[in-house]
Design a protein around this ligand. Structure first.
Ligand code: DLL
Length: 434
């Protein structure tokens, strides 16, 4: 089922025309209401009239997270405070938080996009959707919440944490859809097993809507098997809107972007040039139709690519590939690019290991070292030192063949590494001083 056929199945000509019109409105709005954007356009020698079609977008300068921080808290709002009805903010752990303001119309757009995502995931008004994303300044909880209500399904506003209670609700209410981070879904799956429940027999769960952090295809398979569900990938970021910017459909082959509201570009992060379809680069979004805090060519730091061609689901909206991580999550170790998701995929391909791991980077003299702590499965954690040493060697060799650098592997007992019941998984400790 398709939530909004008029848009999601529209022709390219129709979509481009709509995007061009909304881009003109957006540029006018920010030029006249936001001194920051006016200044940036003046510096580039641009007037709103220079931007006529969506193809003119590349004339406009990029916007960076730092620009939002420099204008903290409300400096890039394009609507008066009297029209702002909701504020969200990032956690601000790496600097000033980024604050976003939404008007009533923006909230309607958001719940429309989440409704599309839910339909993409095969969720309908017959479902009971448990939202295990945090409610609060983080956009996960409230974002999903209003989308679920929009499609007429029943929402269980569980928020994150309190796993025993989550499982009780899933069981007693007959929850059919779980929405939370993939790392939390895995944690819940393990806790369900520990509670002696079998998802196939004892629970009605059938769909997962997971996002807010990178997760590999191997992780998707693991969660699908452990929870006996179909796991969908939902993407978004608070600056642009929150969850629902894109989501994958039943074919699980790329995420359909709500491109009538959020125009995606993939650019080469070094040169700023647009990449060709199929080429990996940094995702950049421009808001179309948003009032409170529209963004022009916002640099997400997220890495993906446009998937060329039509999707068999019948929607024509552009698809981006499953996110490959953030350019700023990428570790450079002895000159080699390393993504935590590469380690995750190796661990998930081995029957002896759990997908719980921690990457610790140190600098000894001038040499960077990467230590990977890995949890192994209960039945392999025997007292047989020799067998453990063999296993350590095998894991080390599998990881090294994927990463292309030597690593130190430390096996740790099952259930000893940190779990992430609330918030996003943090799997890297970088002790290097730059
Ligand atoms: O994480 C919004 C969200 C909530 C998305 C719930 C999906 C579900 P922020 O806290 O602003 O917003 O973090 C945004 O999280 O730039 C990506 O790096 C990462 N991210 C979000 N979704 C995915 C995903 C929310 N599906 C940042 N896959 C983004 C990989 C994701 N990374």
């Amino acid at each position: 089922m398709i939530w909004n056929e008029t848009i999601e199945c529209a022709s390219r000509e129709y979509l481009s025309e709509l995007q061009s019109k909304r881009l003109r409105d957006c540029v006018n709005r920010v030029y006249h209401n936001v001194p920051y954007y006016r200044k940036r356009m003046q510096e580039a020698g641009l007037l709103p009239g220079d931007i006529r079609t969506i193809d003119d977008l590349k004339k406009l300068p990029f916007t960076y997270k730092q620009d939002l921080r420099d204008n903290y808290p409300f400096g890039v709002f394009a609507a008066p405070m009297s029209e702002i009805v909701r504020l969200h903010a990032s956690s601000g752990t790496t600097g000033r938080p980024t604050v976003v303001g939404r008007t009533r119309k923006d909230l309607d757009i958001w719940s429309e996009c989440v409704a599309r995502s839910l339909f993409l995931s095969g969720v309908s008004n017959k479902d009971i959707v448990q939202v295990g994303y945090g409610y609060g300044l983080f956009t996960g909880g409230l974002g999903l919440h209003y989308g679920v209500e929009n499609i007429g399904a029943a929402v269980v506003p569980a928020s994150g944490g309190n796993t025993k209670k989550q499982i009780q609700l899933i069981h007693d209410f007959g929850t059919t859809v779980l929405a939370c981070t993939p790392s939390y879904a895995l944690y819940i799956a393990d806790a369900i097993k520990d509670a002696g429940l079998d998802p196939a027999k004892d629970l009605k769960l059938r769909v997962g809507i997971f996002g807010a952090e990178p997760w590999s295809e191997a992780m998707r398979n693991e969660i699908q098997t452990k929870l006996n569900i179909k796991a969908h990938d939902i993407y978004g970021l608070s600056e642009v809107m929150g969850p629902g910017v894109a989501c994958d459909c039943e074919f699980q082959n790329g995420l359909h972007v709500c491109e009538d509201y959020f125009f995606p570009e993939i650019i080469n992060p070094e040169t700023g040039e647009q990449c060709k379809p199929g080429e990996v680069g940094e995702l950049v979004f421009t808001s179309l139709g948003v009032e409170g805090m529209p963004l022009i060519r916002y640099r997400t730091h997220d890495l993906s690519k446009i998937i060329p061609g039509d999707c068999p689901c019948g929607r024509h909206t552009v698809r981006i590939a499953k996110l490959m991580g953030r350019s700023d999550d990428m570790l450079i170790i002895r000159g080699v690019n390393v993504f935590p998701s590469q380690v995750e995929s190796v661990l998930l391909s081995m029957s002896e290991t759990e997908p719980h791991y921690m990457l610790i980077v140190d600098r000894k003299g001038t040499l960077d070292t990467l230590t990977i702590q890995v949890e192994i499965q209960e039945q392999f954690f025997a007292d047989n030192i020799k067998a453990l040493q063999e296993l350590e060697k095998k894991i080390k060799s599998n990881i090294e063949s994927v990463l292309g650098i030597s690593v130190i592997v430390q096996l740790v007992e099952p259930k000893t590494l940190q779990r992430f019941e609330q918030g996003k998984a943090q799997r890297v400790i970088d002790n290097r001083k730059f």
